[in-house]
Write a protein that binds this ligand. Structure first.
Ligand SMILES: [Zn+2]
Length: 261
């Protein structure tokens, strides 16, 4: 039989049938939905005030392939090209024991600042992979930046942009309040590095055993990650409490200790 004829036959035999039921007859009882607020994902870890709790996720490399390459002349007049990395899509944070790792004291301190001020901490530069690090700042000093090993963070506090001294005081306060450090002078006490050790124009570094704090004023310390106009703070880890040793940049930790996708 031709297909068209088959189709005609099918249409002839086709009969609609009503489904009849009583008005009161219900097969599925519908329950009025009840509003429930969304449960947090494990990595969100709750809010502090109105702001998300900072986690290591906030430290991911801010590189992007969309950024233009830079051409920088070196001292010999040679042109060097710097390409940015692909950012979080292309590589992980530094690893420790097979897991992504940022020094927990940085995360704790930033959450403490958010909790005390009720204002949002804006991380402008957390982890920088070696490629992004040299894209951000081509200076010699920056070549061994602890940003590459998850031991440094640049940030400011929204609403306290012009009052970084308040934030510095809070960091000092953290070391006085936290029971872990109480009575331990080397943590409770901050020292000021002598001017001769730092560039004379830049505010001297203050430090305790574990961290150092540097304030960059409005026109200082500008690099690709810090293109904003605010003063900002750099927090750096000096001492690893768990491993009981100093924290330094190593080529291996920076280059070989990240997963590339
Ligand atoms: Zn990167």
């Amino acid at each position: 039989m031709e297909e068209a004829e088959q189709e005609k036959l099918r249409a002839l035999n086709h009969q609609g049938e009503y489904i009849i039921r009583q008005a009161s007859e219900k097969r599925v009882v519908l329950i009025t939905p009840e509003y429930r607020s969304r449960a947090l994902y494990p990595w969100e870890g709750g809010l502090i005030g109105d702001h998300s709790r900072i986690s290591k996720d906030f430290f991911r490399c801010k590189g992007s392939i969309l950024n233009p390459y830079l051409v920088v002349n070196d001292k010999a007049g040679q042109k060097n090209h710097f390409h940015d990395c692909g950012g979080r899509d292309k590589h992980s944070l530094p690893l420790r024991n097979g897991k992504e790792f940022v020094y927990p004291v940085l995360i704790d301190l930033l959450n403490y600042i958010q909790g005390k001020t009720g204002k949002k901490v804006i991380i402008t530069s957390g982890h920088r992979c070696p490629q992004h690090n040299s894209y951000v700042d081509q200076s010699i000093v920056n070549q061994s930046s602890k940003h590459m090993v998850g031991a440094a963070v640049d940030f400011y506090v929204q609403g306290l942009e012009q009052r970084p001294e308040i934030v510095i005081d809070l960091i000092r306060q953290y070391y006085k309040e936290n029971p872990f450090y109480q009575g331990k002078k080397e943590f409770e006490q901050f020292l000021t590095m002598q001017k001769s050790d730092t560039s004379p124009t830049i505010t001297p570094l203050i430090y305790n055993r574990e961290v150092s704090i540097r304030l960059y004023k409005k026109n200082e310390g500008r690099n690709f990650d810090n293109r904003h106009n605010y003063p900002y703070l750099t927090l750096m880890v000096r001492y690893d409490r768990d491993e009981k040793k100093g924290v330094v940049y190593t080529w291996h930790d920076a280059e070989r200790n990240i997963l590339r996708y």
